[in-house]
Design a protein around this ligand. Structure first.
Ligand SMILES: Cc1cc2nc3c(=O)[nH]c(=O)nc-3n(C[C@H](O)[C@H](O)[C@H](O)COP(=O)(O)O)c2cc1C
Length: 229
């Protein structure tokens, strides 16, 4: 099973983002013996900004015409069923390198394939002092559009702990990877075509009796007044 590990830092190695992503990958591999992990560090590729011309949406063109590494990166993710995404917070939001990549993926809006889509996802967001949760939330419209399903996330801020790798952050990243691995394992059956995207099915549910709490007197009711008296 192929999994993309997408690092969205803009730093050279070693970076904290990559260290946390490594931890998540180790958790995933622990749960999924047959995981093939395709690492992608967006910053290591030349991915230019969308020029906003919508040339890609012209049916006669049908693709982005910018000449850079974008198509290559799209190809790296081909056949993946899941993704671990790790990113730092930059200026309160997703790093520019990821935003640029998200905008370029719009070129597939009218295409019959959805690169980086139909994936189960685990997400890790970290920052120095704040705004991890809003940055995580900023990913969700993108995930929804791509029909991705986020199954686990973790957010950390460094504050006094400059070296997050020496804190429980690492363990939580391992847990995100394990959760993604366990979910992938649960959704596949032995006969399933493993090249197809996984379909998450709700587990069989046992109908539970509806338990109603006893009627509660309203504030101001005579019964309530007498109980309080
Ligand atoms: C351009 C830039 C903007 C940043 N903006 C924020 C921010 O808004 N909030 C915050 O808490 N940390 C911010 N940081 C700190 C990073 O989130 C933090 O240092 C992170 O660990 C960097 O991870 P990396 O080493 O993998 O790039 C910013 C860092 C940079 C380089």
């Amino acid at each position: 099973m192929k999994i993309v590990a997408l690092s969205c830092t803009q730093r050279r190695l070693p970076s904290l983002t990559d260290a946390l992503l490594d931890a998540a990958v180790s958790g995933l591999v622990r749960e999924l013996g047959d995981a093939r992990v395709q690492r992608i560090r967006l910053i290591d590729h030349r991915i230019a900004m969308c020029e906003g011309e919508d040339t890609c949406l012209d049916p006669a063109v049908g693709r982005c015409t910018l000449d850079d590494d974008f198509e290559h990166v799209v190809g790296l993710a081909e056949g993946a069923q899941a993704m671990l995404l790790a990113m730092p917070v930059y200026a309160g939001n997703v790093p520019a390198v990821l935003k640029i990549f998200q905008e370029r993926l719009k070129s597939f809006m009218n295409a019959d394939r959805r690169p980086f889509g139909n994936l189960l996802v685990g997400t890790i967001v970290h920052s120095r002092t704040m705004l991890t949760e809003p940055a995580l939330a900023a990913l969700f419209p993108w995930y929804l559009r791509l029909k991705n399903r986020n199954v686990a996330s973790a957010c950390f801020t460094q504050h006094g702990h400059q070296d997050l790798t020496r804190t429980a952050a690492t363990d939580l990243c391992v847990a995100v990877g394990r959760q993604l691995g366990m979910t992938l394992d649960a959704v596949r059956s032995p006969t399933e075509d493993r090249s197809a995207p996984p379909v998450v099915q709700s587990p069989g549910r046992t109908a539970l009796p509806v338990v109603q709490s006893a009627a509660r007197p309203r504030c101001g009711d005579a019964a309530g007044a007498s109980a309080e008296a």
